[in-house]
Unconditional design. Structure first.
Length: 246
């Protein structure tokens, strides 16, 4: 195993007697952007939350570089210690705080001096092209600008892995394309690896070379996106291939 890889070993997750994930084993290699795709309710977001350390598995293990992060019913390494950045679907921005203060919220785990944290947050805003909006509150920002604040907060910690949970839903195609390009450039500059959760295979082609397809809480196929499209096994990729050829 790559010493920097995320690994899921035999992961299961049950909510109220409903199995959301069952016996999922996957590696996420550092440097290889990966998308997790599948229909609504297949366990994509749950899988991402387990990687992030926001939930503990019911069964199995989560490891990073061989270090045990989570075990059944236990989170051994909390989210802020995992060298990850996370952008939620709802962005989770505080409406009463400025863009800068929203980014600073992602930094306390680093235990940096306030001046150092502020400089790091301003650098993240600048990398996202919104340094001039540092004092603006989310309510005054467009959808694309709010997305950039959430991305700035995620990259401010210089994450090893950047976890994206369908953060582009509802954006127009022009804004979405611009954000994908910006994320790709940020990852190159910072050395971060993307794990993207989406239901749309079209988004995969813009950012990720590898794809994992979930159906009913289980992995039905995984590999390089272009190779899987040659002979797709999942209903989702078969539909996408048919749409491409239409």
């Amino acid at each position: 195993m790559n010493p920097a890889a995320f690994r899921l070993e035999g992961i299961g997750k049950v909510f109220d007697d409903h199995a959301v994930l069952a016996d999922v084993s996957l590696d996420f290699e550092f440097g290889q952007h990966t998308a997790i795709v599948g229909p609504s309710g297949c366990g994509k977001t749950t899988l991402l939350r387990l990687l992030a350390g926001l939930d503990a598995p019911t069964a199995g293990k989560v490891l990073l570089g061989g270090q045990l992060l989570s075990a059944p019913g236990r989170i051994l390494v909390p989210a802020h210690s995992r060298r990850i950045g996370l952008v939620f679907q709802d962005l989770a921005l505080w409406p009463n705080l400025s863009a800068l203060d929203n980014v600073l919220l992602g930094l306390p785990g680093l235990r940096r001096a306030r001046s150092g944290a502020r400089a790091q947050a301003l650098d993240a805003l600048e990398r996202c092209g919104i340094q001039d909006l540092a004092n603006a509150r989310p309510g005054r920002l467009s959808g694309g600008q709010q997305q950039r604040v959430a991305i700035a907060r995620a990259i401010a910690v210089r994450p090893q892995f950047l976890l994206l949970d369908e953060p582009f839903a509802g954006l127009d195609l022009v804004t979405k394309d611009a954000l994908f390009g910006q994320i790709a450039e940020l990852c190159r500059a910072l050395g971060s690896t993307v794990i993207l959760v989406t239901h749309d295979p079209a988004e995969v082609a813009q950012l990720c070379e590898r794809v994992v397809v979930l159906e009913r809480g289980q992995v039905v196929e995984a590999g390089r996106f272009g190779e899987l499209l040659q002979a797709p096994q999942s209903a989702l990729l078969r539909r996408f291939k048919a749409h491409q050829q239409a």
